[in-house]
Write a protein that binds this ligand. Structure first.
Ligand code: BGC
Length: 852
């Protein structure tokens, strides 16, 4: 280790001031700056939390798509998280990357949070333990660093780059900082990404208190701090606070000139610049960058062991929410000769959410394919679409064969793209074959910067009559058909961030086309200015969607009802396509989109044996809950999602997942309701402001305090099995560990049913006095037990005093007050099986730098 330290020191000493400054921002979108003459290589980063997508944002190198974090969290199994981490490291290597931009550990504050799916849970302990395990797995072989994100409090996407969040120190410490603290102290991730938002008036990348005092000071962390992409908001401020690397590159904020100017003005010192460069060098060194080997280029390596792991974790993390009359599992014997209607998103593999957590998966298995493979020789399957899946109309491309074909100006299939300076003559630049409407890649298309983009093609429809179209551009955009304007957007998109991720709504319009005739379509979009996002400024991009009116207006629900009525059993697949649950935009509604609730209700009316399989990363409204027999929460389970769902439905895997988030009945009862996503200043000119008024009462910490029993459909920690379990024999004893500051909790769990199965034993602690200022109870430990029928297991868990303490804002320390505490064990936050009282004789105080 000593010799290695000398290496980086020597390199650092050899660097000129300008070279050190150059290291403080990236070289390009994914890589750091290299200084080969001084032996400093550039290293590559890659998204993201559930797969390594490599350099291309759209349709890049194929990659393994792992289950999203909310699915992993529902396993309540850190060992599975560790194995995912190790597999992600292997994947990162295949993309030549040495830093993986994940895991995402922000807590789920509100069910409408657009990125909740890529975070684990509403509970900081569950999040912290799983993130710790995942990071250990990721970094265990060296060579790949975790970049834990987004530090801190990135719980919403609305105005994510400018929202100012008012959060009390207690809530910050107990809920939002806690998973970071646990992971930093226990797994030491080698890098960390700051959040876009402001916390208490200061942008996170420039936040002295967060970065210098808490992260590096109190927690003693020695890794590299990286800004979120486009989230560096100051020169001197960020350098002084401790942000080591501005991303993406090339430098936008930290140019040679701006940093030199800050130095000359006395706003930063060379010593601080050296410290920042040293942190980056340390990261490069830690991932083996100084060993002189350069990582290979991007490859798609589809490993059988990754396939198996993805399927296993996906299935083990699915949650059986309801199973009336044991309708499930659908064994071969049970379904023999039966007709099963697969309705809704049955042929769609909802493998991942939208944004940087999406990958170009090696393949995706739909439930339709999975169920056919498992039960195709026993049952007959019929299908009805029931509802449209996406938010946007599909792009008009040469693949839209049902609608017609498009030919560019060069006679080739697709659109021709013209680029020109405003006011100048158009010059054909390229024909966009096959995927013309993905022109929303403003970031990827350097050539379109500050230029007008025009997409021109001749569309020859197969059907006459009205066709639906939808269009949106980041800047002002016009659509012409046969030289007539059919759509005009005179300003920038109302939601450029959402538009960038294809998650913002578009205006729909109709136009009459004649079958067999070539109609010239032109989409003209201006370079946007004043977007409010540096990375989108001047980037022209537009998207055109298209759907046949006959398809758009078809009575999908009526057809589904008919199909369901004629079947013995109906399974409705509901959920969020990535356009509905994505980075860049919060959910529009608690109701499932595109009429899916009405679809379930109609199917349930038509068939008394209706099952719902819901693929979302969040809780959704379930107004039909009483009318269906069974419900499975399937999350976004990665590329094997259809097989994993099948394993759970058929009983090949006995469901053992538990909810990592509460499922409220009404959004109005959610703790942050009324304070999400915040409010703009009255005159509309200021930033969005949000107050975390619920404080520490997030998730079950809030629902536990409400007296109404029907407030949640399903509680935090809930999850059924095809077998049954008993839990008892709770004992809580102080132990000698950490200065007598630990409690050993033991309990007996027994499989009382007829099948092997797993269950998460959960331990909660709360003060017996139930003071109003504290949660009734909080999760302090858990363990997944897997048992054969009749088998009993003793579960032994250690709880530290610090894990039972609260943060006292006045004392500015963690305090465990004297008094009686209830330890409770159960199978969910409301399904408590036994309680034991423990008395703490004397108040215990844990200072900020305390390490247990
Ligand atoms: C996201 C990050 C991501 C980065 C690079 C940002 O928009 O917030 O999570 O790692 O882009 O894609």
């Amino acid at each position: 280790m000593a010799a290695q330290a000398v290496d980086t020191d020597a390199i650092l000493r050899s660097l000129t001031l300008d070279e050190k400054i150059s290291l403080l921002a990236g070289a390009n979108f994914w890589e750091t700056v290299g200084i080969p003459s001084k032996g400093v290589p550039s290293i590559k980063t890659t998204d993201g939390p559930n797969g390594c997508r490599g350099a291309d944002i759209d349709g890049g190198t194929k990659a393994a798509c792992f289950p999203a974090a909310s699915n992993v969290a529902a396993t309540f199994d850190p060992d599975l998280a560790r194995r995912i981490g190790a597999a992600l490291a292997q994947e990162a290597r295949t993309k030549g990357a040495r830093v993986l931009l994940g895991p995402t550990v922000c807590c789920h504050r509100h069910p409408l949070g657009g990125r909740n799916f890529e975070s684990f849970s509403e509970d900081p302990l569950l999040t912290g333990t799983l993130a710790t395990a995942l990071i250990k797995g990721l970094q265990e072989d060296g060579g790949v660093a975790a970049c834990i994100k987004h530090f801190v409090a990135n719980e919403q996407e609305t105005a994510r780059m400018s929202v100012d969040e008012t959060i009390g120190e207690r809530a910050l410490r107990e809920i939002y900082l806690r998973p970071f603290e646990m992971a930093v102290r226990e797994a030491a991730p080698w890098s960390l990404m700051t959040a876009y938002n402001l916390v208490n008036g200061v942008h996170c990348d420039s936040h002295d208190w967060l970065l210098r005092d808490v992260l590096r000071g109190e927690w003693g962390w020695d890794g590299a701090v990286i800004s979120d992409w486009g989230g560096t908001n100051s020169v001197a401020g960020s350098i002084n606070a401790g942000l080591d690397l501005e991303m993406p590159g090339p430098a936008g904020v930290r140019t040679l000139q701006t940093v030199r100017a800050a130095l000359e003005a006395g706003e930063v010192t060379e010593e601080t610049i050296t410290e920042r460069a040293a942190a980056l060098l340390k990261l490069i060194h830690r991932v083996g960058g100084l060993e002189g080997t350069s990582p290979a280029g991007e490859k798609a390596v589809d490993r059988p062991e990754h396939r198996a792991l993805i399927r296993e974790v996906g299935a083990r993390g699915m949650v059986l929410l309801k199973n009336e009359g044991d309708l499930l599992p659908l064994t071969k014997e049970k379904v023999k000769g039966k007709k099963i209607a697969l309705i809704g998103l049955a042929k769609d593999a909802l493998a991942h959410g939208g944004g940087s957590a999406s990958v170009n998966a090696h393949y995706k298995v739909s439930p339709w394919d999975g169920l056919h493979a498992a039960l195709g020789d026993s049952a007959e399957f019929v299908y009805a679409k029931g509802a449209h899946r996406q938010r946007l109309l599909p792009p008009l491309s040469k693949d839209s064969t049902a609608a017609g074909s498009v030919t560019g100006l060069d006679g080739q299939p697709g659109f021709t793209r013209l680029l020109y300076e405003a006011g100048a003559n158009p010059e054909p630049s390229s024909t966009l074959h096959g995927y013309p409407s993905s022109a929303y890649s403003p970031l990827g298309s350097q050539e379109s910067l500050n230029r007008v983009v025009e997409l021109v093609g001749d569309f020859t429809p197969t059907e006459s009559g009205a066709h639906y179209m939808a269009c949106s551009g980041i800047g002002a955009t016009t659509v012409f058909v046969d030289d007539t304007i059919v759509f005009r957007q005179t300003r920038n998109s109302a939601d450029p961030m959402g538009a960038l991720f294809m998650a913002a709504s578009e205006d729909l319009f109709r136009h009459d086309f004649a079958a067999g005739r070539a109609h010239r379509i032109r989409v003209r979009t201006e370079p946007p200015t004043d977007v409010g996002m540096r990375i989108l400024e001047g980037r022209s991009g537009a998207r055109l969607g298209f759907r046949l009116a006959s398809e758009h207006d078809a009575d999908l629900r009526g057809e589904a009802e008919r199909v369901a009525r004629e079947a013995d059993l109906a399974i409705v697949f509901t959920g969020h396509d990535p356009q509905w649950e994505s980075e860049g935009r919060d959910q529009d509604s608690f109701a499932l989109p595109n009429g899916q609730n009405e679809l379930v209700a109609a199917v349930a009316r038509a068939n008394p044996h209706t099952v719902v399989v819901n693929a979302t990363g969040v809780a959704v409204a379930m107004p039909w809950l009483a009318d269906v027999r069974a419900v499975v929460q399937a999350w976004f389970a990665g590329q094997e999602c259809g097989n994993a769902v099948t394993d759970v439905l058929t009983g090949a895997v006995n469901p053992e997942g538990h909810l990592p988030v509460s499922f409220p009945r009404r959004i109005e009862d959610a703790p942050a309701h009324g304070n999400f996503p915040g409010e703009y200043d009255v005159d509309g000119g200021g930033p969005l402001r949000v107050t975390y008024a619920e404080g520490v009462f997030v998730g079950y910490r809030h629902y536990d305090r409400l007296s109404r029993e029907d407030v949640v459909n399903f509680a935090f920690g809930h999850g059924l099995s095809y077998t049954s379990f008993q839990l008892g024999g709770l004992r809580v004893e102080p132990s000698g560990g950490t200065g007598g500051d630990e409690f050993v909790v033991t309990a007996q769990v027994t499989n009382t049913g007829a099948l092997p199965g797993g269950v998460a034993v959960q331990v909660y602690v709360g003060s017996a006095a139930k003071p109003l200022e504290h949660p009734v109870k909080t999760l302090v430990a858990y363990q997944k037990a897997r048992l054969q029928p009749g088998e009993a297991q003793s579960v032994r868990l250690v709880v530290k005093g610090r894990d039972m303490a609260h943060f006292d804002e006045k004392a500015r320390a963690w305090v465990l007050e004297a008094g009686t505490y209830h330890f409770s064990v159960g199978f969910s936050s409301v399904d408590i099986k036994e309680k034991a009282a423990v008395t703490i004789e004397q108040q215990r105080v844990y200072p900020l730098k305390w390490r247990g």
